[in-house]
Design a binder for this molecule. Structure first.
Ligand SMILES: Cc1ncc(COP(=O)(O)O)c(C=O)c1O
Length: 370
């Protein structure tokens, strides 16, 4: 039986108070005062003019992508090592996904490889910041500016991570966020799109709400989504955002505790402490199996038998069965993405994790793996 979940959130700020207000005011849907308040506060926190809340991080990517008017056969660059959410808008709209390998040390997209893949057909780069360390988004921005390529900065895993004095999520033409329960702030499910561009902002709001327009309700001129975000979710989001600095500190202290206590353990490669002058904030605490005799599923099984939940790393996009079946990425190979997908998993590091639970985990690791 699982005794220590891989990701328990922490909900002990103003969450209850704000939720009670939603109920006492009978504002539960998307038309409630917390929605605007949360969007405004979030935009300010990230350092962008506008924020549009949506129902999750996957639809945030979809809607952000649709703002860019990318045509069929246009090329879009993204890493192979990321969640499938990043590629969905490209394949749904007939764009051409161009994959790039990741770095072996920080697990993020490799900038030199991006440069090699840019052609005259490249219209956009989707840049996720993964597992607690930022991508060198300033360098990518420089390249993109010269070549008129748009950036969607996928900041789902990096809310509150600062890079070179600015928040991750403040660099892209559009940036997207997720508030799923394992993110730095959670609303259960939820997402956000940030931008400085008024026309993108208007389009995001339009697409989010079924492309309703002001002329005649229920008469539509475009295909949109119901990706609305509720007052209840926004109440949670606002209460969570109030605590973001504390949450980031806690994430760092969880990571540093593991670093110290399993430092000598030779079975696993541990996360690097910093990259590009930025300290790791350990969105999750990932491990890569180093010992060739250890098999990932067997290792995870042993954790499970000892009551500790773990999760696999992403599976590379070029090896996704459905994408291969659709004819994508035949004979393509990305060595590092495959290594990360085959060897990586993460151990409990949610904000609700207690120190005595962490002690149990490190004791288990050092007893069973040397
Ligand atoms: C990098 C990245 N992008 C996008 C998403 C999708 O977010 P959601 O689960 O809210 O749809 C996730 C979710 O974990 C993610 O890690």
């Amino acid at each position: 039986m699982i005794k220590i979940p891989v990701n328990a959130p922490l909900l002990n700020g103003n969450e209850k108070k704000y939720l009670n207000k939603c109920i006492s005011d009978s504002f539960v849907s998307s038309s409630g005062p917390f929605v605007k308040k949360f969007e405004k506060k979030f935009a300010k926190f990230i350092g962008k003019k506008y924020a549009v809340s949506v129902s999750n991080g996957t639809v945030a990517l979809q809607i952000a992508y649709e703002c860019l008017n990318i045509k069929k056969k246009d090329e879009v660059i993204l890493p192979s090592f990321t969640i499938i959410s990043c590629i969905l808008p490209i394949i749904k709209s007939g764009g051409v996904p161009v994959l790039v390998d990741s770095n072996i040390d920080d697990w993020n997209i490799n900038v030199n490889e991006i440069k090699k893949k840019i052609t005259t057909k490249t219209k956009c780069i989707i840049v996720p910041h993964l597992y607690g360390l930022p991508k060198e988004i300033d360098k990518i921005k420089k390249i993109c500016k010269k070549k008129k390529i748009k950036i969607i900065e996928d900041t789902a895993e990096a809310i509150g991570l600062e890079y070179k004095g600015k928040m991750c999520g403040s660099y892209g033409d559009l940036s997207t966020f997720s508030f799923y329960a394992n993110k730095h702030i959670t609303t259960g499910e939820g997402g956000m799109i940030c931008t400085d561009n008024k026309s993108y902002y208007d389009k995001c709001r339009y697409l989010r709400n079924l492309c309703f327009n002001n002329q005649r309700r229920f008469k539509h001129y475009d295909i949109g989504y119901n990706a609305r975000f509720t007052n209840i979710q926004s109440a949670l989001g606002l209460a969570q955002l109030e605590q973001i600095n504390k949450f980031i500190k806690k994430k760092i202290s969880i990571g540093e505790f593991y670093n110290k206590k399993i430092k000598a353990n030779k079975s696993f490669v541990k996360p690097i402490l910093e990259k590009n002058e930025t300290k790791n904030i350990y969105w999750v605490y990932g491990l890569l199996i180093k010992n060739k005799k250890l098999k990932l599923e067997k290792v995870r099984d042993l954790f499970k038998k000892n009551g500790i939940e773990t999760r696999n790393f992403f599976w590379p996009l070029h090896l996704q069965p459905i994408l291969n079946k659709m004819g994508y990425f035949k004979n393509q190979k990305f060595k590092n993405a495959e290594y990360l997908g085959k060897k990586g998993f993460y151990i409990p590091s949610g904000l609700g994790l207690k120190i005595n639970q962490q002690r149990i985990i490190v004791k288990f690791i050092n007893k069973f793996f040397d």
